[in-house]
Design a protein around this ligand. Structure first.
Ligand SMILES: Cc1ncc(COP(=O)(O)O)c(C=O)c1O
Length: 364
């Protein structure tokens, strides 16, 4: 089976000739905040204009939200656009990627012919099937990072759901500053944590000379089709990123909704509560299925290990598509193998559908 990435629902629906329930892309199952639809409707008439090339309204809203100066902020057509601009803006010739993690970093580096270097940072504890950072991870990471110019860290990590202590990240940042290594911290999923600010390094990115924090607005606010993300870092780098960016990459509608989504605190609170309780429900129910070991996640997805003999993740993925469900096969993800797949946390009814289909398929 071909590599199936989260978000490729279009292709698989066409090939399977049916509607699929998408557990492959990790998106807030509650959908976007209600105000988004009003703002988009109100702004449809603005489609006749080019977007503001400086994203001023969006930058202002974000600057108030984080309490940082707009000169440290860059918006992008999703976090992905910024990840693809970074190797060039930071003049990287190589960079370190602790795996397993999001495959986009490797692709972004290779896009600029920059050589990635990998370390297996998340190691599996014998007997538990759980991915955990190795006890000497900072030492391991720092020794591997010595010969590189950049380090990509996904926090919380996709697909393991790993959450790192702030102290650990601050130590890593100190190390990177001392050694003049760029730390690219991707906080695409951090909004799903209970207190994102206690984990985030956004404030540090304003004062640091070596840190760029990347955030996505497509996951927590369920807007992957609209494309919206941002980066926070030193002014000089933000300037360089802007120069490297395609003009008008953030569309008029995306620019208008930033203020709306950031001030909807009820949506944020309800989403966190809902997803947390559904994650626990899914985790417990999956643990009951013989042959599946979920890795305890922290956000809106769960990495699972398939231990049923005779089954691989690509086989399971194909079978589930035939039953109307798309999961993320992780067999080709660096650092994992044919036993791993990832599922998004969705609504109770959808989660039950996944659970019953998994049980049916595996008992065939
Ligand atoms: C860890 C991580 N970072 C960034 C992205 C890109 O997000 P966006 O939709 O904002 O481009 C993804 C998408 O799956 C992701 O998983």
């Amino acid at each position: 089976m071909q590599d199936i990435h989260g978000g490729n629902i279009w292709r698989w629906q066409e090939t399977s000739n049916r509607n699929l329930l998408d557990f492959s892309a990790s998106i807030n199952p509650l959908g976007p905040p209600q105000g988004v639809f009003r703002v988009i409707t109100e702004n449809l008439s603005n489609l006749i204009h080019y977007p503001d090339p400086e994203n001023r309204k969006a930058c202002q809203a974000l600057s108030e939200y984080h309490g940082i100066d707009p000169s440290h902020i860059i918006f992008g057509n999703g976090a992905m656009e910024l990840l693809y601009l970074l190797p060039r803006a930071l003049l990287l010739q190589n960079a370190l990627i602790p795996v397993p993690t999001f495959s986009g970093y490797e692709k972004a580096l290779l896009h600029h012919a920059v050589q990635p270097k990998f370390i297996n940072w998340w190691v599996r504890e014998e007997g538990k099937g759980d991915y955990l950072p190795s006890p000497f991870s900072l030492a391991l990471l720092s020794s591997a990072a010595r010969e590189v110019q950049g380090v990509f860290i996904c926090h919380p990590n996709n697909p393991t759901g790993e959450v790192l202590e702030k102290r650990f990240l601050l130590n890593l940042l100190d190390f990177c500053e001392e050694q003049k290594i760029w730390l690219i911290l991707d906080e695409a999923f951090i909004d799903f944590l209970d207190q994102p600010n206690t984990y985030s390094l956004i404030q540090e990115a304003v004062f640091s000379t070596r840190l760029v924090v990347i955030r996505s607005l497509t996951k927590f606010f369920a807007l992957p089709g609209l494309r919206l993300g941002y980066g926070v870092g030193p002014q000089s780098i933000v300037q360089r990123l802007k120069q490297a960016q395609t003009p008008w990459s953030v569309n008029v509608l995306a620019q208008q909704i930033v203020n709306e989504i950031l001030r909807d605190e009820v949506y944020a609170r309800d989403s966190r509560r809902f997803i947390q309780s559904e994650r626990v429900f899914l985790l417990n129910a999956l643990s009951e299925i013989e042959g599946i070991q979920p890795v305890s996640g922290s956000v809106n997805f769960l990495l699972c290990r398939l231990t049923r003999s005779g089954w691989t993740s690509p086989q399971l993925t194909t079978k589930l598509i035939q039953s109307g469900i798309l999961i993320r096969d992780c067999s080709t993800l660096r650092g994992l193998n044919e036993q791993y797949f990832r599922i998004a946390v969705r609504t109770r009814e959808e989660n039950r559908k996944l659970l019953s289909t998994l049980q049916e398929v595996l008992s065939e």
